[in-house]
Design a binder for this molecule. Structure first.
Ligand SMILES: [Zn+2]
Length: 66
């Protein structure tokens, strides 16, 4: 649980600001959990792969029909 030295009290992680700052004095007291960059990159790569497979599928169908 994040602790603020300025205010001498604990805070609920959900009551912190977007940057993990204290809602009372604005000091950064904790980290806000975010999806790590490599997770986003992995999701992007998976999306690109699926897109590529979809393109291949369309090309395959076009060849079969042509
Ligand atoms: Zn504070």
């Amino acid at each position: 649980m994040p602790w603020c030295d300025e205010c001498a009290r604990f805070f609920n992680p959900t009551s912190m600001g977007r940057g993990g700052e204290c809602p009372t004095c604005g000091r950064v007291i904790g980290k806000v959990e975010k999806a790590p960059w490599h997770f986003k990159m992995l999701a992007g790569a998976a999306g690109l792969y699926l897109l590529w497979r979809a393109v291949q599928g369309v090309v395959w169908v076009a060849h079969r029909l042509g």
